[in-house]
Design a protein around this ligand. Structure first.
Ligand SMILES: Cc1cc2nc3c(=O)[nH]c(=O)nc-3n(C[C@H](O)[C@H](O)[C@H](O)COP(=O)(O)OP(=O)(O)OC[C@H]3O[C@@H](n4cnc5c(N)ncnc54)[C@H](O)[C@@H]3O)c2cc1C
Ligand code: SF4
Ligand code: SF4
Length: 634
């Protein structure tokens, strides 16, 4: 009514009428949220400053949500779905928020699992059942007590959580020997888009999807063109989209559904329990060596050889990343002539394998000696795990603009792809870090871009067009382990072709026909451009906060996070709140007292600064201190 009547007014009046309309809608929504809050056992956050805190993840994107729900029970989740449907809001699940593809942020409701869905439920002789918000390393530590382990360790394992890991089909260097997280999926319980519980272990709720999935399965299996594509691409590690290979692998609907949830980035169902296979922990302590290759074109043969020897990880750091590492850590003595560094790890029959490995090194053209010193190797591993945050160290106005971060090809194509990538970034005159789990063909690409204006950021479209053109030349993928998402959805159809893409859309249609679960992430439904909705430009507020790229590696060491029973309360959140307070909030804002109280729950212990010392050197304790002393200004 109001919207219609506003059209008959003059321009100024139209604007006023529309403002009034939005105000009324917001007031009505607030009333409804207040009602909804009373029905929820968990917590509901609606304050503008909380919404700001939840507006970013480790990606480049930013969306301010309407509200945040920290559900305590499954009923809370069901009520949230009902509320979302009634009010035409969408739902985005979130665990640690380390998503690099912008899939832990959204405009509607954020469902944060970290406060109440953080328990390991059961550890059996060869499996673990867990709620979604358990940190990967914490789960690993508990498994180790029983002599077990979960091998596909992502580099972010000290921060990321199992729910997010399943939703992104996460893995790490261990995939070369043990496979991806998909190889460990046993069963899952989730709440579907209608609010019904589905459990693939007990069969609860599965019937509803059975016929539709079986029909789709038959059509896929009978579609020769699609099957030819799937068979051809089986040897490319992929996490770009739904796990469509599962239709070929699992005829049992329960298993099929469980594996379809893998890599679904919160768009098919809301996970409440996850059952994963766990394997016996290697009895020997893994040993790693690093070698410097003099020629890039040895990479594929080198990887073939270490795979033959049964390596448990093989990581590649390209020359351009080595240059960056050398600048940051001169004491490591990285030779300038090296084309690439390869880190190899073995976790069984170590003594004998290392002898064989040493022997086979004679067949390769290396620069200098292999690095064997365990202390130095520990440092190399730390550097490798922190290469993405490290790129934030470049300058006072550049940022690593994660947008083409996770491409993959077959191992044989790695040298050609690296040459292409080096040329692309040289031509664009952009610094870039290239590295990855080479054993499975993963190459991470982190271009470092001037982050002071929106115009600068637009370059990421040019980069993505060029990088993906190169990747597709080798029949590669836009994501191997970081999951699909906002920076990739516009390239998904190009990767898979029309036929397969059509089936991907059908999968979404079966589970979430109204598109309320994390819309515009897997598919580019709203036709946004790769550079739309980015959190850039960011105005630097000092060398203490600028390098922080929100990796959350310091979060679990933050006493304020632990006292607050998790949620988004921790170093990077305080930093974001201070930024928001200084740059956006007027002194008469009604939320000011509460917001400042929140920032001051930081007890200035310095743990975050200590953790970040070896990462990018952000000093978030000092930043908080400076702000309290009135030294942080616009
Ligand atoms: C420095 C750095 C290094 C990284 N290295 C790696 C690496 O080596 N390997 C790798 O795989 N990834 C890596 N990542 C990416 C990231 O850590 C992974 O994608 C991780 O799996 C995300 O976990 P999370 O708990 O942070 O999930 P979030 O970021 O919170 O969410 C990720 C996705 O999971 C969905 N989700 C979360 N909870 C649920 C739920 N209960 N139900 C349904 N959906 C849910 C979200 O909606 C979202 O789509 C890295 C990230 C950073 C910042
Ligand atoms: S302070 Fe450092 S460790 Fe903590 S989130 Fe920022 S970059 Fe990561
Ligand atoms: S200084 Fe503050 S933000 Fe950093 S770890 Fe300590 S309490 Fe957390």
């Amino acid at each position: 009514m109001l919207a219609n009547s506003s059209r008959s007014c003059g321009t100024q009046t139209v604007l006023r009428c529309e403002k009034l309309y939005i105000l009324i809608i917001n007031m009505l929504l607030k009333e409804k949220i207040d009602e909804f809050k009373k029905k929820i056992e968990g917590d509901v956050l609606i304050e503008r400053f909380w919404r700001e805190v939840y507006s970013t993840d480790a990606s480049i994107y930013k969306f301010v949500p309407e509200l945040i729900v920290l559900p305590k029970t499954k009923q809370d989740i069901q009520k949230t779905i009902k509320f979302a449907r009634e009010n035409k809001l969408d739902i985005t699940c979130r665990t640690a928020g380390t998503s690099l593809a912008g899939t832990a942020v959204g405009k509607g409701i954020i469902l944060d699992f970290t406060r109440y869905f953080d328990q390991i439920l059961e550890i059996g002789p060869d499996y673990v059942k867990t709620q979604p918000a358990v940190i990967y390393d914490d789960l690993q530590a508990k498994l180790a007590e029983k002599g077990l382990f979960l091998p596909p360790v992502p580099a972010s394992s000290r921060a990321c959580m199992i729910g997010g890991n399943v939703a992104t089909k996460a893995c790490g260097g261990g995939a070369v020997k043990y496979g991806t997280l998909d190889d460990f999926m046993l069963a899952i319980e989730f709440i579907d888009a209608d609010g019904d519980i589905v459990n693939t272990e007990t069969g609860q709720g599965v019937e509803k999807f059975k016929q539709k999935l079986e029909d789709l399965r038959q059509r896929i299996l009978n579609d020769k063109k699609t099957m030819a594509i799937l068979n051809r691409r089986m040897d490319v590690q992929d996490a770009s989209t739904y796990n469509i290979f599962a239709f070929d692998r699992y005829s049992n609907t329960n298993e099929l559904i469980a594996h379809l949830m893998m890599g679904s980035i919160g768009t098919l169902g809301i996970f409440t329990e996850i059952k994963l296979k766990a394997v016996p922990k290697p009895t020997e302590k893994p040993v790693s060596w690093a070698v410097y290759l003099a020629d890039l074109y040895q990479v594929d043969n080198f990887i073939k050889e270490v795979k033959r020897l049964g390596c448990s990880a093989v990581e590649l750091v390209d020359r351009v990343s080595l240059d960056l590492t050398r600048n940051c850590f001169p004491a490591l003595g990285i030779p300038t002539e090296a084309e690439a560094m390869i880190i190899v790890q073995f976790d069984e029959k170590i003594e004998q394998t290392l002898k064989e490995f040493e022997n086979s090194l004679k067949n390769f053209k290396l620069v200098g000696e292999a690095v064997k010193d365990p202390v130095k190797m520990e440092k190399f591993w730390e550097v490798r795990k922190c290469l993405l945050p490290l790129t934030a160290k470049f300058s006072a106005t550049t940022k690593p603009l994660v947008s083409v971060d996770d491409v993959g090809v077959r191992v044989k194509d790695i040298p050609d792809l690296l040459q292409d990538l080096r040329k692309i970034f040289k031509d664009l005159n952009i610094k870039v870090a290239l590295y990855g789990h080479a054993g499975t063909g993963t190459i991470h690409i982190d271009p470092v871009i001037e982050a002071s204006t929106k115009e600068h950021v637009k370059i990421i479209k040019k980069i993505a067009d060029k990088v993906y053109e190169a990747v597709f030349k080798y029949d590669g993928t836009i994501a191997t382990e970081h999951g699909g998402g906002r920076c990739r959805s516009m390239y998904l159809e190009k990767e898979w072709g029309k036929e397969v893409y059509k089936y991907l859309l059908e999968i979404k249609q079966i589970f979430d026909p109204d598109d309320i679960l994390n819309p515009n992430t897997m598919f580019n439904t709203d036709k946004s451009k790769i550079y739309d909705n980015v959190k850039i430009p960011i105005k630097p507020l000092g060398p203490e906060e600028w390098p922080c790229m929100e990796c959350a590696y310091c979060q679990s060491k933050c006493p304020a996070w632990i006292t607050a029973k998790k949620g988004e309360t921790g170093p990077k959140q305080f930093k974001n709140l201070i930024r928001y307070r200084v740059l956006n909030v007027k002194d008469n804002d009604p939320e000011i007292l509460e917001m400042e109280k929140q920032i001051k729950t930081c007890i200035l212990c310095g743990n975050c600064t200590k953790v970040c010392e070896t990462i990018v050197g952000a000093k978030l304790k000092e930043f908080n201190e400076n702000w309290r002393e009135g030294k942080v200004r616009e």
